[in-house]
Design a protein around this ligand. Structure first.
Ligand code: 2RA
Length: 329
């Protein structure tokens, strides 16, 4: 299968190539795509080198699928051109996520809604993906009424320049300045831009995308998203109010049984999910599972995942795997 990776030179693009190789996706040819200034650069994949090409050349090479991680404006401009050429696009940007004509897919939850008609498929926001993977099996069993989430998000979510700012600051260098404030030894309650309602775009993504992916507009969500000086992955403290009561042992059993989830919950022995242990892995890690004793039918959990993997590259490749397995590309 010919696979185009659009934004191949970025952090997520690099992870997409890594995940395609690790999961043995049936690649006959990789087509790395990037902006003009990167054309000709060599990208290695499974020991072979492939030259970066521009968008038009990539379309002419007729890949079966194009996995985009090139920002919203490039996706808005170029994804329709790939789709018009019969190439299925899986897009990591926020450009198409809330478009009512486009599917927003976490394979474990709603890949079964995909058809050959879907030529532009949206990959959800990283902080949304790891949360809904945990919410979904519990929603099916106990019906979720409301979710309150606070996130602790890695600088890798912003991109390479943000990682550079963190390490420049740690080295005492006056280097990259991506954030409006220092990030080392600090936290920023500010991810993406602020909106009229006082929320950030990142917070509204978690609120709106959760309803769309879980196909239930009745789920109430409120979110506070925070940037922290770490690189291994995003962490989330999630408070979930159900319509119905639950049994804690049954909640744990449901999560332990769910593919793609690993329960790490033995606080007495200091066992709980952390970015340093989730880094480089594809699973969603859940711990600190406990009843909220301040309100009935309510649960607290702690969720950690590598935002570049399950939060972006792996979820996108899993969508491509589903498409390939069902002869949709
Ligand atoms: C972030 N979720 O962490 C956003 C986009 N990757 O910055």
């Amino acid at each position: 299968m010919k696979v185009a990776v659009v934004g191949a030179t970025g952090l997520v693009g690099g992870e997409i190539l890594k995940v395609l190789a690790e999961r043995n996706f049936p690649v006959s040819e990789i087509i790395p795509v990037a902006s003009e200034r990167s054309i000709g650069k060599k990208i290695s994949f499974k020991g072979k080198e492939f030259a970066v090409v521009g968008y038009e050349t990539a379309i002419a090479m007729k890949p079966n699928v194009a996995i985009f991680s090139a920002g919203g404006s490039s996706s808005l401009e170029m994804a329709p051109k790939f789709a018009a050429a019969g190439i299925t696009v899986v897009d990591n940007s926020s450009a198409w996520r809330m478009d009512p004509t486009k599917k927003l897919v976490v394979p474990e939850i709603n890949a079964n809604t995909l058809t050959s008609e879907d030529k532009i498929i949206a990959n959800p926001n990283c902080s949304t993906i790891q949360m809904v993977v945990v919410l979904n099996p519990l929603h099916k069993k106990y019906k979720i009424k409301r979710v309150v989430v606070s996130t602790y998000q890695s600088v890798t979510g912003t991109g390479k320049a943000a990682v550079d700012q963190l390490f420049d600051e740690r080295a005492g260098k006056d280097g990259a300045k991506v954030y409006p404030h220092k990030i080392d030894l600090n936290v920023l309650p500010h991810i993406d831009v602020f909106l009229e309602n006082g929320y950030t775009k990142e917070e509204m993504k978690m609120i709106l995308e959760t309803k769309k992916i879980m196909m239930d507009e009745s789920i109430q969500v409120t979110a506070t998203t925070v940037r922290i000086p770490t690189i291994g992955g995003h962490s989330e403290a999630v408070n979930i109010e159900f319509e119905n009561d639950f049994d804690l042992a049954e909640v744990r059993a449901i999560l332990e049984k769910e593919e793609g989830i690993i329960v790490q919950d033995d606080p007495k022995n200091f066992v709980y999910p952390m970015p340093i242990t989730a880094h480089g892995k594809d699973e969603v890690f859940v711990g600190r599972i406990r009843r909220d004793e301040s309100q009935k039918n309510t649960l607290n959990v702690w969720i950690v995942a590598d935002n570049l993997r399950k939060g972006a590259a792996t979820n996108a490749v899993q969508i491509a795997e589903y498409l390939a397995a069902h002869n949709l590309i």
